[in-house]
Design a protein. Structure first.
Length: 573
């Protein structure tokens, strides 16, 4: 029996055309990558379609996370057979062991060295399942985090216990609660003590393991609170003793290269934390409160955030429009939404989509969140006069092709962006507006004349982030009409949050983009040139097929991705 090639299988399944295969094959000759990965990058096929086709080609079963096949069998201590670090690095997941046979999920079935190493490591014959990189990464994180939870809890308890002041310990006595009475030398010494160092390291490590985006360390009158923001919600964790507030804050300041003697003014810094074989950046912000300094650390873990438009959650039609806009050689591309709605991640994903050695890409940010090779990233400093507008003027003397501006806040920046778009540059930026149509009126209100805005504006994406239902515990139910407030759905059963160990009993795990996408066509340009009102822009966009934020959210409810309550909360206002 002659085994078909991957391209032949994809054509036979109707997933790609012969023209797409030829283009991908030509691209393969240039970058020497795998054909399947090139097709996924180009948006020709989805990640799961590639995995299924490879399974067909190699006669290996395809397993998806939603099918439940990527759930390792409990009580077999599989995490000891294949350690977390190895599973994470090589994208393999042990699923079950039967006598001398180990079932293993793998992303790259062509990597015979990895398969042979697992065989030697475990002493087992290997039965392969093929899965996508996204599914395997999520399953690895869930399994090894759950397996290690009891161990980490014990370590956390021991660290807090060791860090607690003893009766005879004068270092953290009640007399030392006054900032004025604690000398700088003494504060530095206590911040460098082993228990404090271990405690701060553990707070950061646990936050990263729990997929937190922020760490809050907050002092109050008689207590110290530590909270993690996970999937947009804040959760409390067992706090250290109140007396440890000063040493903990001082330790963080030392790591972030901040002035530990300055407690009256806010400060900002940055920490690079090494975790296994990757580096995680933490953006540190301190703020003086009535009970002492509050510290917030924003975790910037590029490995945890996939800068890939196809993985963010946009609907297929929306994704097509965004990619259509990104292919335009010049114009204005805006992403709008409130703080914390994922605007930066979308912009970075757009940049990843258009990255090309033949293009000069420059960004002006406050601050630079993700550092990406191949992009010239600049941190603006308004305090010394280096504003977004000043950065843009400098960029235009640097022969740019694509420019990203962190945010358009004023008329000067907006006008420079518009003029840059008109002179052959592609400009991406963000605005703070509630939806896509209101971005047009916002830009006009800022003061951009219609003769500048009309020909330069290309695309507006408004978005929110909604929490995804935990795939392991979400439960179907038939909603009553009064629960939906008169909203009509196209399905009888939808899903709601329940809660299990995998999602820390919240019922949700991960987040998904809920968006509305407004492509600026000739009809819309004519409206803008007349100074159209918000209502006129919205009605024209709806007539042209734009789904609102709420309508996009309802589609995700029908698909079982999120709950109706979550969509109501995420798209309100």
């Amino acid at each position: 029996m002659v085994r078909l090639r991957l391209g032949e299988i994809l054509i036979k399944q109707g997933l790609i055309t012969e023209a797409q295969l030829r283009e991908a094959t030509e691209a393969q000759k240039l970058d020497k990558g795998h054909l399947g990965e090139i097709l996924v990058r180009r948006g020709a096929i989805k990640e799961e379609e590639l995995a299924a086709a490879l399974g067909t080609q190699l006669l290996i079963p395809y397993a998806s996370k939603s099918s439940g096949l990527l759930t390792p069998q409990k009580d077999q201590e599989l995490e000891k057979l294949v350690p977390y670090e190895y599973a994470k690095e090589h994208q393999v997941l042990p699923l079950s062991r039967n006598m001398n046979s180990l079932t293993l999920a793998i992303v790259n079935p062509f990597d015979l060295i990895v398969i042979d190493n697992v065989k030697k490591m475990t002493g087992c014959d290997i039965n392969l399942l093929i899965a996508t990189k996204t599914d395997v990464s999520e399953a690895i994180q869930e399994y090894y985090t759950a397996s290690d939870s009891s161990t980490r809890t014990a370590i956390w308890d021991r660290a807090i216990e060791k860090s607690m002041p003893s009766d005879g310990d004068k270092t953290y006595s009640s007399e030392d609660r006054s900032d004025a009475e604690l000398s700088l030398d003494k504060l530095i010494a206590k911040a460098e003590e082993a228990p404090v160092i271990k405690l701060v390291d553990l707070i950061i490590r646990q936050a990263i393991d729990e997929r937190a985006s922020d760490i809050h360390i907050e002092p109050f009158k008689d207590k110290l609170e530590v909270r993690y923001r996970i999937d947009g919600e804040l959760y409390q964790i067992p706090p250290p003793a109140k007396q440890l507030h000063l040493p903990i804050v001082s330790r963080i300041k030392i790591m972030a290269k901040l002035d530990i003697a300055e407690k009256r003014l806010p400060q900002d810094g940055r920490i690079s934390a090494k975790l296994e074989k990757r580096t995680v950046d933490l953006r540190v912000s301190t703020l003086p409160t009535v009970w002492g300094e509050k510290v917030v650390m924003r975790i910037l873990d590029r490995d945890a955030i996939k800068l890939d438009l196809s993985l963010l959650g946009f609907e297929p039609k929306q994704l097509d429009l965004i990619r259509k806009a990104l292919k335009v050689p010049y114009g204005l591309f805006f992403v709008t939404g409130p703080t914390g709605s994922g605007k930066s991640t979308t912009l970075y994903s757009c940049l990843s989509e258009v990255m090309d050695p033949a293009k000069n890409i420059m960004t002006a940010e406050d601050p630079v969140e993700f550092r990406i090779d191949g992009i010239n990233q600049v941190h603006v400093r308004p305090d010394i006069g280096f504003t977004f507008a000043e950065a843009l003027r400098s960029f235009l003397r640097q022969d740019p092709d694509i420019i990203m501006v962190g945010e358009v806040r004023d008329l000067e920046t907006a006008q420079i962006c518009a003029r840059a778009a008109l002179t052959g540059h592609f400009v991406l930026s963000t605005l703070h507006t509630n939806d896509a149509p209101s971005a047009v009126t916002r830009l006009l209100d800022i003061g951009i004349p219609t003769y500048l805005l009309t020909p330069s504006l290309t695309m507006i994406v408004a978005q929110r982030l909604g929490r995804k239902l935990c795939p392991n515990c979400k439960e179907p139910y038939e909603p009553k009409p009064d629960e939906l407030g008169g909203v009509k759905l196209n399905v009888d059963l939808i899903y709601r949050a329940k809660g299990c160990d995998n999602c820390a009993h919240t019922g949700y795990k991960g987040r998904v983009v809920i968006a509305e996408v407004l492509f600026i066509d000739d009809d819309m340009r004519r409206l803008i040139s007349k100074g159209a009102s918000y209502t006129e822009v919205r009605d024209a966009a709806r007539k042209n097929g734009m789904n609102t934020l709420f309508e996009t959210g309802l589609k995700k409810v029908e698909d079982g991705i999120t709950s109706f309550d979550e969509v109501l909360g995420a798209t309100a206002g």
